[in-house]
Unconditional design. Sequence first.
Lengths: 127, 594
Amino acid sequence: MPKLKSVEELRNLRAQVQKDLTARTETTTTITVGMGTCGISAGAREVMQAVLQELNAREIKAHVTTVGCIGMCSKEPLLDIQQGDEPRITYGNVTPKMVPRIIEEHVIHGRVVDDWVVGRIAMGQEE
Amino acid sequence: MAEQHRADVIVSCLHGRCPDLIPALQEEIERRGLTTEVEVVESGCRGLCAMGPVILLQPEGIFYTNVQPADVPELVEETLIKGRAVPRLTYKEPLTHKDVCYYEDIPFYNKQMRHVMHKCGMINPESIAEYIALDGYQALAKALTEMSPEEIIAEVKKSGLRGRGGAGFATGRKWESTRQAEGDVRYVVANGDEGDPGAFMNRSLMEGDPHAIIEGMVIGAYAIGAHEGFIYVRDEYPLAVRNLNMAIEQAREYGLLGEDILGTGFDFDIRIVRGAGAFVCGESSALMQSVEGKVGEPRPKHYHATERGLWDKPTALNNVETWANIPLIINNGADWFASVGTERSKGTKTFCLVGQIANTGLIEVPMGITLREIVYDIGGGIPGNGDFKAVQTGGPSGGCIPADQLDLPVDYDSLIEAGSMMGSGGMIVMDNHTCMVDIARYFLDFLKEESCGKCTPCREGIRRMLEILTRITQGEGEMADLDTLEALARTVQNASLCGLGKSAPNPVLSTLHYFRDEYVAHIEEKKCPAGVCKALIEYYIIAENCTGCGLCRRKCPQQAISGEKKEPHVIDLELCIKCGICHDVCKFDAVGVR
C-alpha cells in the first residue's frame, strides 16, 4: 500500500474499501467471531477453529473475520453470520459442538437456528 | 375430469422420516367422513427440510411444519372441520421470529447509546480498511485540512468533553494550556493503564477499535503542536498491545502516521509503552515517570503536566476513551456531542457492568442516565433470589451507592456528591449476599498492595484501616473503631499526594455512611447480616426442609455432617470450617446461615 498523499486519496480509498466490503457481503457469507479478551476466555478461539474446520470439510466459501468486544460479554463466545442483505444474526454462548448445526442450517440452507440466536442487526443501521 | 375437492392436504418432506403421517391423515379423514371432500397429496421437497414433515392446506394456504402423526386428529378437527389454524403447528418465519429481536429492541442495547464503541464488535480491528470504510480517519482529514489548531481546541472546548479517566477535567482546557505552554517540544499521551478490578472498557476499546484512539491522538497532537505521542498500556493486556501495534504499523504504512501525514506537512508518530501493572501508574504523574523509565511514583502537583509533564515538556495526557471521542466531535460537531448528557457532563460514557447482575458486559450510556436504568433495564436486574443492595462505581477508590439512591443520575458531579466517583467506569453490582464491611476490607486489601509507599498517610493509613476492618469482620471490633476509621480515612484523604491516596478511603467512608448498621451488627451483635464473614456465621440444617438425602454429608470435607438416611442431618459446629459447600450443594434449601 503506497502512502496516502492527500485527503483526496483517503476519500478514494474509502470509496474503494466500501465497495469491496459490500461486494463481499453480497456475494459470500461473512462469519464473524467476537475475539476480544472476553470472547477468547469464553472459548472463542475454539469456536473459530471449529468454524474453519467445518467450512473446510464442507468446502464452503465464506469469509471468516474477527472483531473486538460488542459488550454482551455474558453471552460470549458470540458468532455472527451475515449473508447478503439479510440482517446480521448473532448467536450467543456458542460452543464448538454447536458450529456444525449453525453452518448446516444457516450457512447452507439459509435458515436461522432460532434456539441459539441472541440478537440480530439490521444492516445499514449499525452506524 | 379430475375429482373436485373442497380442500387439498399437500404433504412434503417426508424423507422417510415419518412414513406414518400420510396413512394417519387418510385414516383420520376417513374416520371423520371427509374422504370425498379432502384429498391428501404427497409432494416434493419445499426446501424446509429441517422443519419437515410440512403440510400445506389449500385453498386456505395454511402451512404447518414438524407435523407428527399425533398432531393429525387436532389438525383435522381444527382446520378441516372448524376451519381454524393450529397456531402450535404454523410456520414461524425465521427472520421475524418474535422470540428473537433486533439489537435495537433488546433491552440491553436499546437504552444504550453506542458512540465511542460503535465500531467495536462490528469491524475487524486488524483491518485498517474496515475502519476507513466506516468513515475512519475522515475526522483527521477534516482537522488537518479544514481546521486550524485553535479551531480544533475551540470545538473540543465547546463540546464539553471531560476526561474519561475519571477525574473529569475539561479536555479542551487541558489542550489549550498545553498549546500555550512555553517550549518547542510537546507530547500527547494516552492512558490505557486500566487497573480497577472488574473494569475492562479501555481494554475492549484498545482491542476492538484501536484506530479510533490513534486518530484522536493525531488530531490532538496537531491541535497542541506535538510530534510525538505515547500510548501507555498495561502488559496484562496482550491482545490490546498487539492490536494497537498492528494498527500503528498500518497507519504508518497508509501515511496516516509518520512524516507528512496525508500530504499536509504535519509529522506525528506514536510509540507504545507497556506498563508492568502497577495500579498507581494509572495516575498521570506516576504514568509519565514510568514512560520515562523511572519508578512509577506520583510527584507533587505544584505545576501541571500541561506545563511540565513528560521529560518536563508540556504534555496532554488523556484516557484512551477521551481520545476515541475526538474523531466523533470533529466529524459531527461540538453541538452534536453536547446534545447528549447533562448540563455539566456531556456525551456518553462506557461502563463495565459486573457483579451480581444478569447481563454482565460492557455498556455505553448517555451521561445522566439513572443507576436504576443501568441496573434493571440494561443489566437485566439481579439474578437468582438476591435483592439489590448497592452498586460500587469508580473502582477500588470509588464508593458504594445504596438502593435508595438508585435514581441518581450518572454524571461526574452527582457521583461525587453521593460519595463515590465516576472513575474510569467500573460498576460492580452487589446483592444482599454481599457484606459491605467485607467489601471495604477487600478494596483496602487491594489498595494496600498498590499504594506506592511514597506518602506515609497512604502507605500506613491504608494498612491501619485494613487491620481495623479485618478485626471487625472477625468479630473483634469495638464501637470506638468506627471513629478511628473515620479519623484515619480523613487523614489519608487530606494528606496524600496523588489520587490513589486521596480516594483510597472512599470505600470505607461510603460504606460507613450508607451501611453503618452492618458495621454495628458486626461489632455489637457479632453477626454478619449478609452471611459472609466466616468468624461470625454458622451453618445449620433446617430440619423441616432436610430430606436426608446425604449429599451434604458426602460433600463435607471435614466429615462434620452426620445423619441417618431420610432423617434430618446435623452439622457438628466443632468440626465445621464454614466452607459453605453444604449450603451450595443442597437442593432443598435445607442448609441455612446465621
